[in-house]
Design a protein around this ligand. Structure first.
Ligand code: ADP
Ligand code: MG
Ligand code: ZN
Length: 482
């Protein structure tokens, strides 16, 4: 790629909110129901039906705004965005235009090439989603199109960034950071396959040093991190090639083709006046009190970035461990709960990231369905710490913790897994093994230190792993040196 050009990217991310019902009616937002079964006169756009704003959707929009450092508008307005499309039964979409609910926020990202960076959030506004058109999705219906209005009127927040990202990598980092936050907040289920989190990427290039932004293309409806990266990279190259060949980028809406990995023109870019925005006379202005905002602020959970920092700086985890353990709210909460019971953060992190995540991955499950509670795991860690069991035997205990509901103590007792620290018992085993392997004893005495490992192995095996390794080592040295 030519370095003569600076890349400029701004993202518009559509976040579907997790409210049980739609934004202006009481219909269910459940995904995957029989087409058009979750509809009513309001979301079907029947004449005379009136919208009523869902309070929970407002709560979620405020939460998203507060978590991204936005100012929450004391008064915001719903507007009609007029356009005609089969999946938009009213002939307009209710959105917010001039007075959105949140403005002037930011998101901090970090990339390998660009380092740390703060990306401005211009605005976050609330709107309703459109329905879905499906083209010949049943056998024999190839020449028909169907409209499913279950999704019509489901609540969205659209998060609009400043044109401040300068690579596909930064755009992906931004999208991931935002995704993590809205899922943490419980505002969005984060399911990108179902379209709960999708973005339009605005991309332009300009010669380095040029003040004005280049003409942008808007890449529509991208629903995976990988596709965002591919689509932007392709588009940047296309624009640079075009300019280098003496052409001009035209402002347009383009569609990303994930199969070909290319973008293609869909339509000329519409301007705001094309939509004939005007305030929706069926909805009064939305007034949000300072108290409401203050309450949401006070209830905000610790966000992933703050968690990551705390794990690394206060609990001494490596950057990598802090990253993994803060990536998901439930995982971070599990870790915090475990550390509260067993104050050895690194050891806790190792067990979670090794045994727990490993076992869950094998089952294809998340931390929510982990059969070993922090309490039971902490019970086992305490027995490692006080020397009742060795780290090796602990893996066996963990297996039983996973498969039963018993406590570590009960398992250790029942299975006879207590570590043998009684030197008499260990000495007896050592004597037997030394006597049976005199050749190796000679080798050791002749200076072949490695043979020690052989003896340790034999003793551990004979004790079924229960001999205290420290004691074994010490006693063996004494015996072998003779
Ligand atoms: P719309 O696309 O709905 O007309 P805006 O004009 O407000 O809305 O722009 C939307 C997005 O496009 C924002 O994220 C903004 O940062 C980004 N954007 C605007 N101009 C450019 C540009 N020249 N290059 C890249 N991104 C841009
Ligand atoms: Mg746009
Ligand atoms: Zn409805």
């Amino acid at each position: 790629m030519s370095s003569k050009y600076e890349v400029v990217i701004g993202l518009e991310v559509h976040v579907q909110m997790t409210t049980k019902t739609k934004i202006f009616c009481g219909c269910s937002t459940e995904f995957g129901a029989e087409p058009n079964s979750h509809t009513c006169p309001v979301c079907l756009g029947l004449p005379g039906a009136l919208p009523v704003l869902n309070k929970q959707a407002v709560e979620y929009a405020i939460r998203t705004g507060v978590a991204t450092g936005c100012q929450i508008a004391p008064k915001s307005v719903f507007d009609r965005k007029n356009y005609f499309y089969p999946d938009l039964p009213k002939g307009y979409q209710i959105s917010q235009f001039g007075l959105p609910i949140c403005e002037h926020g930011h998101l901090d990202i970090e990339t390998e090439q660009g380092g740390k960076k703060r990306v401005g959030i211009t605005r976050i506004h609330m709107e309703e989603d459109a329905g879905k058109s499906m083209h010949g999705d049943r056998p024999g219906t190839e020449s028909y199109s169907f409209v499913d209005l279950n999704r019509a009127c489901t609540p969205l927040v659209e998060v609009v960034s400043e044109p401040e990202m300068s690579s596909a990598e930064e755009a992906v980092a931004y999208m991931k950071a935002l995704h993590q936050i809205v899922v943490y907040l419980g505002v969005c289920d984060g399911n990108m396959d179902q379209g709960s989190f999708r973005c339009d990427a605005n991309v332009s290039v300009r010669p380095w040093g040029q003040k004005e932004l280049g003409t942008r293309a808007e890449l529509k409806n991208i629903n995976s991190f990988r596709f965002v990266k591919q689509a932007i990279e392709y588009e940047v190259e296309r624009q640079i090639d075009l300019i280098e060949d003496g052409g001009k980028v035209v402002q347009e809406t383009r569609l990303y083709d994930s199969v070909k990995g290319t973008t293609r023109s869909m339509r000329g870019k519409e301007e705001a006046h094309d939509y004939r925005y005007f305030p929706d006379p069926d909805l009064v202005p939305l007034v949000v009190s300072e108290d409401w905002v203050a309450r949401v602020k006070s209830e905000l959970p610790e966000l992933p970035q703050a968690k990551r920092l705390r794990f690394a700086e206060q609990l001494g985890l490596s950057e990598y461990d802090a990253d993994v353990l803060s990536s998901e709210r439930a995982l971070a909460e599990y870790f915090d709960a475990l550390v509260a019971l067993h104050n050895e953060p690194k050891i806790c992190a190792n067990w979670i990231m090794g045994e727990i995540l490993g076992a869950l991955k094998e089952k294809g499950q998340g931390i929510e369905s982990c059969p070993v509670s922090p309490e039971r795991l902490a019970g086992m860690l305490a027995r490692i710490k006080d020397g009742t069991i060795s780290g090796k035997i602990a893996k066996t205990v963990f297996q039983h913790l996973w498969e039963s509901e018993k406590s570590a103590d009960a398992i250790i007792e029942e299975q006879g897994l207590k570590q043998v620290t009684d030197t008499g018992a260990i000495e007896a085993i050592i004597d037997e093994i030394v006597a049976a392997n005199m050749d190796q004893v000679e080798q050791f005495r002749a200076g072949k230190d490695k043979v020690l490992g052989f003896f340790v192995g034999q003793v551990m095996k004979a004790s079924k792993g229960k001999a205290n390794p420290g004691a074994v080592n010490k006693l063996l040295m004494q015996k072998l040196k003779g």
